[in-house]
Design a binder for this molecule. Structure first.
Ligand code: ADE
Ligand code: ZN
Length: 319
């Protein structure tokens, strides 16, 4: 029996497995520049975040209809459930779809066809987090939030993702203020490839409650102390860090040191179709390679629920 856990850092577009990509390409008459799934898999060798993002955005071309987004989400939920995931807070990247002429409603309604029935079909509760692409403008982020307003009953929060370096969190101050005014929760990727200062800025300028990745906090002892003191959760993604070369090898991953420092760490899969594993695979990897004991693994699983937005739902409704 896999450990029951919550997944808090998962891009739904990053769950697009090669088989499904080809199935959707055929269904929608989209030509992919790969002969077959094997040929596509040879492209899964990344130098850094940007080299991954290039493929990630390219393959999204196959996602066109509500049914495509529903099938994508259902495939993820089935895999996650099999690996012990009981609750998933799922990122999506609407700007990448709007830019291709796919409407916000198509994306959200399609995902919701799977998410709305996930508890009965998969035994997984879900929340949806709309991410802004930080390499797009602040104006585009604000327009995206406005386009999402009719669907806010289905969206719990906002996040910030895509190419990090050169796109500091403060660029999105206004859109995060607008999101807060709408009652949305706030998270942001920071300290994946970007410097520790981006983590501080995400907390102080954007008012985020969780940091996605946050790996580079370890370069700044005062920041670590703050994250520990304020109990700020970090959603770490070990297999992603290896594939995107944020760490040299899994054995070099700072997760054990981060737990020893008292940080509220969680283990997640990020883009599992691209990085070699779902949530349970990430747990298996850190157990095997980093030698984390049963108690540490249970701590990680417990942290995932503590750091989730589940317990705050009641509070939010009362506000
Ligand atoms: N979008 C999808 N995966 C991402 C990651 N690991 N970092 C930033 N943006 C992303
Ligand atoms: Zn991510």
């Amino acid at each position: 029996m896999p450990l029951p856990k919550a997944e808090l850092h998962l891009h739904v577009e990053g769950t697009l497995e090669p088989d499904l990509a080809f199935e959707l390409a055929a269904r929608n008459g989209v030509a992919l520049p790969y002969a077959d799934t094997e040929d596509l898999r040879t492209a899964y060798r990344f130098e850094d975040l940007q080299s991954f993002l290039n493929l990630y955005y390219e393959l999204m071309a196959v996602l066109r209809t509500e049914r495509d987004f529903e099938d994508l989400a259902n495939a993820y939920l089935a895999r996650a459930a099999a690996q012990g995931v009981r609750h998933a807070e799922i990122f999506f990247d609407p700007q990448a779809h709007l830019a291709r002429g796919v409407a916000m409603g198509t994306v959200v309604e399609g995902l919701w066809r799977a998410l709305g029935r996930s508890e009965e079909n998969h035994g997984v509760s879900t929340q949806l987090i709309l991410c802004f692409l930080r390499d797009e403008s602040a104006e585009s982020a604000l327009a995206t939030l406005r386009a999402a307003e009719p669907y806010l009953d289905r969206i719990s929060g906002v996040g910030l993702d895509s190419a990090e370096v050169g796109h500091p969190p403060a660029k999105f101050r206004e859109v995060y203020e607008a999101a807060a005014a709408l009652g949305l929760r706030r998270v942001a990727h920071a300290g994946e490839e970007g410097p520790p200062e981006y983590i501080t800025e995400a907390l102080d300028v954007l008012g985020v409650e969780r940091i996605d990745h946050g790996l580079r906090c370890m370069e700044d002892p005062a920041l670590v102390e703050r994250l520990v003191r304020e109990r700020i959760p970090l959603t770490l993604c070990p297999l992603s860090n290896v594939r995107l070369r944020t760490v040299d090898t899994l054995a070099d991953h700072p997760l054990p040191a981060m737990l020893d420092a008292g940080l509220l760490c969680t283990v997640n899969s990020d883009d599992p179709a691209y990085f070699g594993g779902y949530a349970g695979d990430n747990f298996d990897a850190v157990r095997g390679t980093l030698g984390l004991t049963g108690e540490r693994l249970r701590e990680l699983a417990r942290n995932s629920f503590v750091a989730s937005f589940l317990e705050h739902d009641e509070e939010r409704r009362r506000r």
